[in-house]
Design a protein. Structure first.
Length: 315
């Protein structure tokens, strides 16, 4: 459980005040990039599908675009950004969520897509064309910390699952970011909405707990930049203003979108799904020490079980 520090209370008060302001619409674009392996393909698509359902159920003012599989190309991504640029007004919010793998060659970050990848710099140029004065980019990929400098912009908050481009392992942050938007416990200030800061804090805490439970050294450390510069931090600060924009951006309003987490049957399935995903992560970590046939058998069994749980959740 995340304790409520004076800073959290203060930021929560700001969020409540901002949530009370009637805003126009929110444009969401979620992209599940290249998986490379069957388990990653399945995981990224499932996360994107979950976000699609959550966001579409959350209200009529949400405009939701989701790109997965063969549609997750640079051309479709830039077309979607161009379409949003032609629709979103200054008072509308814009949220871009990147799921999948990222890479960093020491000079620039790239989001891995079907076909040509896209650099953080190119993404920033497209996002700069969108009129929304409040923007949020959630980059949950490996090496995502290297994208912050290029993506940072005035009135834009950027969240990265890793603190640098050298944290190259697949992340689990994305899983908990999705969970934050359907778990009412993420609503720390109890204002029936989950801000980007609350979702970040929830996902960060859950990620740390995952590595602790696995007795593994954490290979990812989420950071954010939202104070009008590219300075990435891990915690909000009243003195520097870090976290102020994140606290003011409401990602989800609770209600029907939280039905799955409130339903005991669905809650059990969500718990089972999380356990299976953790099992798959552990298998991948232990792969080098396992016989190839044992790894393949256990991974296949876990993937089949995960698919069945997802099918039940989709009903």
């Amino acid at each position: 459980m995340i304790s409520r520090s004076p800073l959290a209370v203060a930021l929560g008060t700001i969020a409540m005040a901002l949530a009370g302001i009637v805003r126009a619409d929110t444009y969401f674009l979620t992209v599940a990039g290249l998986g490379g392996e069957p388990d990653y393909e399945q995981r990224f698509k499932a996360q994107a599908d979950d976000l699609d359902k959550i966001l579409k159920t959350a209200g009529a003012t949400n405009h939701v675009t989701t790109l997965t599989g063969a549609d997750a190309t640079r051309a479709h991504l830039t077309d979607s950004l161009q379409a949003i640029a032609g629709q979103a007004g200054a008072d509308d919010d814009f949220v871009l969520i990147l799921l999948g793998h990222g890479s960093f060659d020491g000079r620039e970050y790239k989001f891995n897509l079907v076909g040509p990848d896209i650099t953080a710099g190119a993404l920033a140029q497209w996002c700069n064309k969108i009129n929304s004065r409040r923007q949020l980019i959630v980059n949950t990929t490996s090496s995502s910390g290297a994208s912050i400098r290029a993506l940072a912009h005035r009135d834009r908050a950027v969240i990265a699952a890793t603190k640098s481009g050298t944290e190259k392992n697949a992340t689990v942050f994305a899983r908990y970011w999705v969970d934050a938007l359907r778990d009412s416990t993420a609503d720390v200030d109890k204002n029936e909405s989950i801000s980007a800061l609350e979702a970040f804090q929830y996902a960060t805490a859950k990620t740390a707990a995952f590595y602790e439970s696995q007795k593994r050294l954490a290979t990812e450390h989420a950071v954010f930049a939202d104070a009008g510069n590219a300075e990435a931090v891990r915690v909000a600060s009243a003195s520097t203003g870090a976290g102020r924009l994140l606290a003011g951006i409401v990602v989800i309003h609770l209600g029907e979108a939280g039905a799955a987490a409130s339903n005991p049957a669905k809650r059990a399935l969500l718990t089972k799904k999380e356990q299976l995903e953790a099992q798959i992560d552990t298998l991948k970590y232990q792969r080098a020490a396992m016989a190839p046939q044992d790894y393949k058998r256990q991974l296949t069994e876990a993937l089949v079980a995960l698919a069945k749980v997802q099918e039940e959740l989709d009903k």
